[in-house]
Design a protein. Sequence first.
Length: 511
Amino acid sequence: MIVAAASTAGAAGLVQSVDWLAVAPPVTAAAVALAVLVADLFVPRERKPLLGYGAVAGLVAALALLLPLHEGDRSTFCLTTGSRACSYTADHFTLVIQALVLGGALLTALLSLGDTRKLPAGEFWFLLLSSAAGAALLPAARDLATLVIALEVASLPAFALVGIKRGDRRSSEAALKFFLSSVTATAVMLLGVSFVYAATGTLHLTELAGRLDHVDGRLSTLAGAGVALTLVGFAFKTAAAPFHFWVPDTYVGAPLPIAAYLSVVGKAVGFTGLILVTVIAFPAYADVWGPALAVLAALTMTLANVAALRQSATRARGAVRLLAWSSVAQAGYLLVPIAAAAYAGEHTIGSTVAYALMYAVVNLGAFAVAALVARTRPGNRIDDYRGLYATRPLAALALAFFLLCLAGLPPGIIGLFAKVTVFSAAVDAGLGWLAVVMAVNVVIALYYYLRWTAILFRAPSADDGAPEAAPAARHAVPAPLTAAIVLTAAGGVVLSGAPQAVLRFAAVTLF
């Protein structure tokens, strides 16, 4: 009887209640994904657009559920014996990243509403919502198992989304390249995670920080190899050079809204995972990952900007390819404060998050205008934007604003201040050489951003009489696409009106 009672008490100690409010944002996105997939079986073809509006409503609901969590001090799925390590934590870092990825998914959904006529609607919205659910789960993950699962839930649907244009050779090729590179990254990462677990006996990030400090000497090589392989896996996910080779072809082959999604949400997922494992789990190896990430940051921004300079204005889909290389270059800037955290502490991570928020708004806006131009000029060459101001002045002004924000020039003040926070993080950490490399790359990037901006206001060329270049005013623009452009432009203007908010945000401790 006593043994039975003790056994029952022990079992009860392992049972815990789930904080459903804390997990509500990713759970809501996943539930709506399933609902849309089932509804697709019963909705007639002419009413398929309703599935898209249901997906938008689900993402709005997931974003709204972040409001009750604003204090950021909730955890669930915690160990009940000994350590109080948890697998899911809704702290301030989690909430900011969840707002970024769910907001990015919402804008992607708006871009997609008028662009899914030739795509299988049910599958498209299910995959987009599923990926968003994984992306929202990842910043809350506080053990390596949950982190890897969330990363794959975010990534696997993205493979299918890239190749969802059936019969399109370019789309299939892009999906294959994306799949092979991501699977390789996952395999390397899982090998690293297994090494770390073998050396420490735990998967929880907070416990790893302490145990890696006192790992058995016989296992130190194994632990170091595990840390290195885990970081290499995340370098693939963030498109850091030399693991960036899949990005240009993937963005060009994917549907334009999905390219926008990958450039913002996909990138946020990779950087979030990298931040969690370096700052929370592997501070004991800061002398390894700090210099490595600094070198990767310099290499990434330099290679990407040089490649962007070589893009021809007459190349088919050159505008998307240029945005792809720009995305890789921005990844280099985002890596700088993470590398600085190895020298100056975790407070520099605020600079990466602040920069990511600015980048998400303006980059999604640039893709939204690209989607608008692609409706009348499917080639989407940079030259196709010549004279856009004459036909769609508001769209041209919006794109000019987004490009100037990415370049860090007025009136895109928010881009300038975001870059200042990254410079400050590098200088404060004693990485003066990296700040110099970044400054040189910012100057290089000015050329291709300003060249594209100037094209918007040039007089239309003689070729504008071609059928592909029919006057844009004859084509109605879907309201969701207009809403996406307006929302991103308004967000950029508001942020530029209060740039000091970026500096304050960068100084906030998120963990």
